[in-house]
Design a protein around this ligand. Structure first.
Ligand code: FPP
Length: 255
């Protein structure tokens, strides 16, 4: 686990061992933020994109193992073409502009989701940032772009079936770990905490397999208004939760 470079006031008294290692965020509410300001929806995305490096830097300063952000879902293709084009351009600008910060903070940038549909010049810049930061050993920043969890699981099932048909794998030997190793997130820890902004109480096809035992934390704040202190509050609340993973509370074990 990367070392924190500071402990914020808002996390004072919360032992580091109780912090989440991997936080995933559904960055919702850009459109509503813009509407509330009397601006076009895309201005909400622009402001949302400004917030991505702010929260990523904080995750890095806190020494989190991983931050996974839902930037574009496989369902977002249903949005108007100009909004999709704007989001793709924000993504391209982000992976170019943030390279120095990513490198200075030893962040390892990576992505999950399907490549098809994403413009080639955007993929090329994202790949460059991925390759450049591949040797970094600080916080992992994973952007979910053109990502949908059911499709990811179906893709993994298909790959397993193909391997079984070729005789490379015995169907009887397929375990949870085998399936997990065929997901986009292979090799990554599961998120400990899922944060969703803008108040909706749903998973929206995000990391359905990986979030099985995550703690959920929802705030009414819209993504452009989500700040470091909100991240700390979510972490503090997480530390107060009792995670049982289907077992019994620690004090009643063996009773
Ligand atoms: C949800 O807001 C947000 C998205 C669909 C995309 C998230 C994108 C960003 C935060 C900016 C771009 C990201 C990067 C990495 C540069 P919404 O439009 O669904 O909001 P609404 O529910 O209020 O309409």
């Amino acid at each position: 686990m990367p070392e924190p470079s500071y402990i914020p006031e808002t996390l004072a008294g919360v032992p580091r061992s109780a912090w989440p290692g991997h936080i995933a965020i559904i960055m919702d509410g850009n459109g509503r933020w813009a509407e509330a300001c009397g601006l076009p929806r895309i201005e909400g995305h622009r402001e949302g994109a400004v917030n991505v490096p702010r929260i990523t830097q904080e995750a890095s300063r806190l020494g989190l193992v991983q931050l996974t952000l839902f930037a574009f879902s496989s369902e977002n293709w249903r949005r108007p073409p100009h909004e999709i084009a704007f989001l793709m351009e924000l993504y391209r600008e982000y992976v170019v502009r943030e390279r120095p910060t990513i490198m200075d903070n030893r962040i390892r940038f990576t992505t999950i989701g399907r490549r098809d549909g994403i413009p080639a010049h955007v993929l090329a810049e994202a790949d460059r940032t991925t390759e450049m930061s591949a040797g970094n050993r600080g916080t992992v920043l994973c952007l979910a772009v053109n990502y949908g969890s059911r499709r990811e699981i179906a893709d993994a099932a298909r790959r397993l079936a193909e391997r079984a048909a070729r005789g490379e794998i015995d169907p009887a030997a397929i375990t949870e770990a085998t399936l997990a190793s065929h997901l986009d997130t292979a090799g990554m820890p599961d998120p400990d905490l899922l944060i969703r902004t803008a108040g909706e109480m749903r998973l929206s096809n995000f990391l359905l397999w990986q979030l099985s035992y995550a703690e959920l934390w929802v705030t009414e704040k819209r993504w452009p208004d989500f700040r470091e202190a909100d991240l700390h509050q979510a972490m503090r609340d997480f530390a107060g939760r009792e995670r049982r993973f289907g077992g019994l509370p620690a004090e009643s074990e063996g009773a």
